[in-house]
Design a protein around this ligand. Structure first.
Ligand code: G6Q
Length: 522
């Protein structure tokens, strides 16, 4: 069954939200907190080891109720049902959207074209486990009989960003294998990786759903030629494996039939790290940790399906994003993880969010008259405090920000962690409550700089009233990372439903590819 088409701006809730916005717009966050001393505990959702504090948003209880009303008006509940049960919700490509099935441990069948896909998923997981164990333990040997020390993931877009982000994020849990990523068609990228590795001890994982992607096939061929300078064609099977749906092309490349891991067209590239696309993750941190990642995501899947909308982390995050994007006219959102391990999260989410919801035609095929996809950007704290945060604090733009933090550090440098978390809190407080003229005046006076008041006061004032979410986990583990990623995956889904767009195609990336091919031929 197809998704229903509702122009969100034509709903009752949207009209009410417009009126409500005009009333609430003049109320500041400081006032909202003064009005309700219990606000911080009211706008909070806890889910085991993660807590979303969304109290520092420009909303009241009424805003939340109206936004939930909007979710109901577009029949979000029904859409979630269709998403999880394998309806063809990616209608423009005629596909189901079932990355959630990749982490489902329930016995319940999910049918695609009349066939249960669960057994295939389980078989592939077993294959990933057996293969990872062999390589990690040293049972799998290179062509000269040596153990594998390095893995190179060759892929781009969805076949690169997810695994690369997760391998970096879970570095603390890594084993002795060093995992590298080659994506760009720019030859210096592959050249730099080749400088670091030895053909005798390196395993190459070619990840390409289509096995036709220009960048990936170019890099795979360059690497194979480099490999064949020291090894023979019969050694390819020991060093090259593939993750793909295009078996013929994989065999043509010379990859052994046993070394092919399947992908399915009901999993979109940017949501595929839970499948065999995550093979390099399983190699980097071991299959048990990979399984934990999947389990974390599955727990969020259950929460997303079952929790009431006002108690539902992905739904609330999505509604807040719609509120700023469509009513406040905010164009961008910042993703600010307070751990260096998540340095690749903003780039990963840029693809997931912007490729999914960067659409301007609705599900009727009509040109959209309201704003859709938000622009995502960000970097890690505290580094960004010394860089772009000036604009977020005092610039002219409203930039809602997600602060992602962890109560515990991994290496246990307590002093560092206390300082880090003080900054995490401080940034959100400064954004929300700012610094008034009176406070600046007093500060200058206390510092003996009263003579500078006329000159400096306006520059030192922070207006505040800038929104943020605090997404706080106990600890960065494979499981909690799985939760974090799944939260954003479902946020994307909810926004696509509200905006009445198709989130799971990406025709917008095609034209450039076609033109590049033409230019290359000339
Ligand atoms: C993701 C996109 C895109 C895709 C790459 C790689 O959702 O579809 O980023 O993942 O273009 O495609 P292949 O895996 O087919 O090489």
């Amino acid at each position: 069954m197809a998704l229903i088409n509702t122009n969100p701006t034509q709903t009752e809730s949207w009209k009410k939200l417009t009126e409500h916005f005009n009333q609430l717009n003049t109320t500041t966050l400081t006032e909202l907190f003064q009005e309700d001393s219990d606000r911080a505990s009211k706008f909070k959702i806890a889910l085991d080891d993660v807590e979303l504090d969304y109290s520092k948003n420009k909303i009241s209880k009424e805003t939340l109720d109206l936004l939930v009303g909007l979710a109901n008006d577009v029949q979000l509940k029904d859409a979630i049902e269709k998403y999880f049960s394998g309806d063809t919700i990616n209608a423009t490509e005629g596909r189901a959207v079932l990355h959630t099935a990749l982490r489902s441990t329930s016995e319940e069948a999910i049918l695609v074209d009349g066939k249960d896909i669960k057994p295939k998923v389980q078989t592939t997981l077993r294959k990933i486990r057996a293969f990872s164990n062999k390589v990690i333990s040293g049972k799998w040997k290179g062509y000269t009989g040596k153990n594998i020390t390095d893995v190179v993931n060759i892929g781009i877009g969805g076949s690169d960003l997810g695994p690369d982000m997760v391998v970096e994020a879970l570095k603390f849990y890594k084993n002795k294998l060093n995992v590298h990523f080659v994506s760009n068609v720019e030859g210096d990228h592959v050249a730099e990786v080749l400088r670091k590795i030895n053909p005798e001890t390196t395993l190459f994982v070619i990840v390409s759903k289509t096995f036709t992607t220009q960048e990936t096939i170019s890099n795979a061929n360059t690497i194979k030629n480099w490999f064949l300078k020291s090894a023979s064609i019969f050694d390819v099977a020991k060093h090259f494996v593939a993750v793909s749906t295009n078996l013929e092309a994989v065999y043509d490349f010379g990859i052994d039939k046993n070394n092919v891991f399947p992908m399915w067209n009901w999993v979109g590239g940017r949501f595929s790290l839970w499948s065999a696309v995550g093979l390099s993750i399983s190699l980097a941190v071991g299959f048990d940790n990979f399984k934990e990642l999947l389990q974390g995501a599955e727990e969020v899947d259950s929460h997303f399906k079952e929790a009431e909308f006002d108690q539902n982390i992905p739904v609330v995050l999505a509604l807040l994003s719609v509120w700023y994007n469509n009513f406040y006219g905010a164009e961008t959102e910042a993703i600010l993880p307070y751990t260096q391990y998540l340095s690749k999260l903003p780039a990963y989410l840029q693809q997931a969010i912007m490729e999914s919801n960067g659409k301007s035609v609705d599900r009727n095929g009509d040109k959209i008259t309201y704003q859709t996809g938000t622009i995502i950007w960000g970097s890690t704290g505290t580094n960004m405090q010394h860089a772009f945060m000036q604009l977020v604090h005092q610039g002219t733009k409203l930039i809602p920000a997600d602060f992602i933090g962890y109560k515990e550090s991994l290496h246990g440098y307590e002093d560092h962690h206390r300082k880090l978390m003080a900054n995490y809190e401080a940034q959100m407080q400064a954004l929300a409550f700012g610094k008034t003229k009176e406070e600046v005046h007093l500060e200058l006076k206390t510092n003996g700089d009263l003579d500078k008041v006329n000159q400096l006061l306006p520059f030192k004032v922070f207006e505040g009233n800038r929104p943020s979410n605090a997404i706080l986990f106990d600890k960065l583990t494979p499981k909690s990372l799985g939760k974090l990623i799944a939260i954003y995956e479902h946020k994307i889904f909810v926004q696509g439903i509200i905006w009445n767009i198709y989130s799971y195609d990406q025709f917008g990336v095609e034209l450039g590819k076609e033109l590049a091919k033409k230019i290359l031929k000339n």
